[in-house]
Design a protein around this ligand. Structure first.
Ligand code: COA
Length: 260
């Protein structure tokens, strides 16, 4: 497996774990780190040995404490725009990845960290996690689609409050808002994440990819999600997964889907 400078990757039981590994900087995302996350996700999507991806942060304190402020401190308007555009490409890659991507949020998820977690399909948080979009305090706005995905996940009113006040919220409140799926104690974070992945691994990979495409379509300008669903539903009937899934049901046995 390729080695990276700012992230660690490990593959076990068909699960690729990507760990943002800059604990001294609370895993702040510099440009290189974002590119590496994108590269690792693209490689995982092509790798038949990978069923699902976990994104987490190194150390006990932070998932990701935001974009690396020291890197962009002297950026021009054009450089700022490019930084945001590059980040959008990578975070879109995560969101549209055909394999499930789960954020295991183990501490601060601020700014770009909250945005990274929101780009994932599901979020499991430890009860010491803290979420927020504090960019406004720095005189900027979220640049990795935080203004969009936060609204999608928690609605306009709550999103505007978090974006405009820079308030940090705890994991339990984040769950009440619908920002995270589950909250567990820090020592249970990976156990819970892997428990969910266990359920996903038992499903048809083709159908999971179709669900991701259809749900993404709901939020895509110019795309009719209802029509996408009709297309994706139809496609299922031509897959080995469908034959296996329906065959297994009729034969009263557990389906065994093949990843390819
Ligand atoms: N960018 C760059 N460096 C960061 C960072 C970021 N987003 N977040 C933390 N760091 C660095 C700190 O500069 C410090 O580095 P140093 O030891 O070389 O000085 C190190 O990580 C530890 O952070 P520190 O602030 O000392 O920890 P803390 O426990 O006192 O505070 C936070 C934790 C998360 C509240 C605080 O680090 C913070 O506010 N970070 C910025 C959050 C933010 O605004 N994110 C959005 C960016 S657009």
């Amino acid at each position: 497996m390729k080695s990276y400078t700012n992230i660690l990757t490990s593959l076990q039981d068909e699960v690729l774990t990507i760990t943002v590994n800059r604990p001294d900087k609370l895993n702040a995302l510099n440009h290189a780190t974002i590119q590496e996350i994108g590269d690792a996700v693209v490689a995982a999507e092509k790798n038949h040995e990978v069923a699902a991806i976990i994104i987490t942060g190194a150390g006990p304190k932070a998932f990701v404490a935001g974009a690396d402020i020291s890197e962009f401190a002297n950026y021009s308007v054009e450089q700022g725009k490019q930084l945001s555009a590059d980040g959008h490409v990578v975070f879109n890659r995560i969101e549209t990845c055909s394999k499930p991507v789960i954020a295991a949020v183990n501490g601060f998820a601020l700014g770009g960290g909250c945005e990274l977690a929101m780009a994932c399909h599901l979020r499991v948080a430890s009860d010491n996690a803290k979420f927020g979009q504090p960019e406004v305090k720095l005189g900027v706005i979220p640049g990795y689609a935080g203004t969009q995905r936060l609204v999608q996940l928690i609605g306009k009113g709550k999103a505007l409050e978090l974006l405009m006040t820079a308030d940090m919220i705890g994991a339990v409140e984040a769950q009440q808002f619908g920002l995270v799926n589950h909250v567990v104690s820090p020592d249970q974070l990976m156990t819970k994440t892997l428990e969910i992945i266990g359920k996903l691994k038992a499903q048809s990979p083709h159908a999971l990819a179709g669900i991701i495409r259809c749900v993404d379509a709901y939020f895509k300008d110019g795309e009719n999600g209802f029509q996408t669903e009709i297309e994706e539903f139809g496609k299922c009937f031509g897959t080995a997964d469908f034959k296996e899934g329906v065959g297994a049901f009729l034969e009263k046995r557990k389906a065994e889907f093949v990843r390819k």
